[in-house]
Design a protein around this ligand. Structure first.
Ligand SMILES: Cc1ncc(COP(=O)(O)O)c(C=O)c1O
Length: 432
């Protein structure tokens, strides 16, 4: 058994000063039980806890660390930027460079505004869509997560799904009454909604590859349908690419799906592990933002020099087609091995994956939406999670989160993971 004595003590201590002992809910291991390892450092595909245990990391800070931990180019860029000062509240040239790097990779983005988190990016996108269209209603999808701003905590995935909560206390009904949450992949449902309320809908926001109810892929025609309906009814289509941006391909999910959204929200990878977010899109929409337009948005630390430096270094390192090819084949290889392992026994699982991310669902049924994701067996996941942790594989502590891969998840790392997996499934008592 791994010793987690120091982590246990730290968790007890943390709970006296920090609600639940953590600064973001899923970190508390509420749905899998036990104490979270407290992390001391990371290197490449590995993290090390304060008890000295080593883990292969599939959380990767929930997506940003696509280059692996402490990548020398990112660390160097951060140090160099910090030496020149950590924040100015005034424009810097590096912000232009990051904006240009993003635009070059995502040609549907004419302009972008940097903010400090994915939550802020989505909040700004919604305000912008409302300001641009003069309408109030936002359509989202059950199981998608768009950060924790008031209007989006309706049937949301990620931590809310992990906690089994349909929404959050503390949000006035008047605010969520402007959010309509529909079933992912149900284009008929979207069409009906547009028929009834098309002239009230400012935007449809979607994770083009959903990753917060576990990975759920858009079915053929779903995203095309959203594009057609939004154009027809004068609403905006917003791709939330906070996870998929620069992960599933060099140009993100828009490049992969071939559908051009009006607005895109970004985060995670564009900050290389430092806090960041961005909203980008068509010039005529983006110029509604203050100071050019009358939609207000601001931020003391927006475009922070350290985050921007880490983001630039990350995007530059990713600028090699082989990287995405390797990420895709590593994900395919891992998915194949994981499902192969399960098929050898009486266990039924479904593995959904996109390049750089995947989820194991303990169910025999296809997972295409939030209901089918919630129908998977949580207790099997819990056992599997702990068996893998014990073998040094650090998975997201929730059946509703994606496993993330980095460029440091080499063949050797994948092999060690699959070896651990075969051992783990022999130890657990699964009755799906
Ligand atoms: C798709 C998506 N949008 C928005 C967010 C919110 O980003 P942040 O946690 O940086 O506020 C997340 C966070 O995981 C996300 O997955």
């Amino acid at each position: 058994m791994k010793s987690l004595n120091k982590s246990r003590a730290a968790f007890n201590r943390a709970q006296k000063s920090i609600p639940g002992g953590v600064n973001s809910p899923v970190r508390a291991y509420g749905s899998v039980g036990g104490e979270p390892p407290f992390i001391n450092r990371g290197e490449g595909a590995y993290i090390y806890d304060i008890d000295g245990n080593e883990y292969i990391d599939y959380v990767l800070s929930w997506g940003p660390m696509i280059l692996g931990h402490a990548h020398p180019a990112v660390v160097e860029a951060v140090k160099e930027a910090a030496d020149r000062g950590t924040s100015f509240g005034a424009p810097t040239e590096a912000e232009i460079e990051l904006a240009e790097l993003v635009k070059e990779r995502m040609p549907h983005i004419d302009m972008l505004r940097l903010v400090s988190s994915g939550t802020e990016a989505v909040m700004t996108a919604a305000r912008l869509a409302r300001g641009y269209t003069g309408r109030d209603m936002i359509v989202k999808f059950d199981g998608c997560y768009h950060g924790h701003s008031d209007g989006f905590l309706v049937e949301a995935g990620s931590g809310l799904a992990t906690g089994g909560l349909p929404g959050s206390k503390g949000i006035p009904k008047e605010i969520t009454s402007h959010t309509l949450s529909l079933q992912y992949n149900d284009l008929d449902g979207v069409e009906d909604t547009f028929k009834k309320s098309g002239d009230k809908i400012a935007a449809v926001i979607v994770e083009p590859i959903a990753a917060n109810m576990g990975v759920v892929l858009p079915q053929m025609g779903f995203l095309e349908g959203l594009r057609d309906l939004t154009v027809k009814h004068g609403a905006l289509l917003v791709y939330d690419e906070v996870i998929t941006g620069f992960r599933v391909s060099r140009g993100g999910a828009a490049e992969l799906t071939g559908i051009t959204p009006d607005l895109v929200t970004l985060g995670k990878i564009i900050g290389g592990g430092m806090p960041i977010g961005a909203v980008g899109g068509r010039k005529d929409i983006m110029e509604k933002l203050a100071p050019v337009g009358d939609v207000y948005q601001a931020g003391t630390l927006s475009g922070n020099p350290i985050s921007v430096a880490a983001g630039i270094a990350t995007l530059k390192e990713l600028d090699n087609p082989e990287i995405y090819e390797n990420l895709r084949s590593a994900t395919d290889k891992l998915s194949e091995e994981l499902s192969g392992g399960f098929n050898k026994g009486s266990i039924s699982v479904r593995i959904n994956s996109a390049p750089g991310l995947l989820t194991i669902f303990f169910t025999a049924e296809p997972v295409n939406d939030f209901s089918s994701s919630k129908a998977a067996d949580a207790s099997s996941f819990r056992q599997y999670f702990h068996a893998m942790l014990e073998k040094g594989i650090y998975l997201p502590p929730s059946p509703f989160e994606a496993w993330f891969l980095s460029i440091q998840h080499t063949e050797e790392v994948i092999k060690m993971t699959t070896d651990a997996h075969y051992k783990a499934i022999n130890e657990i008592d699964i009755d799906t």
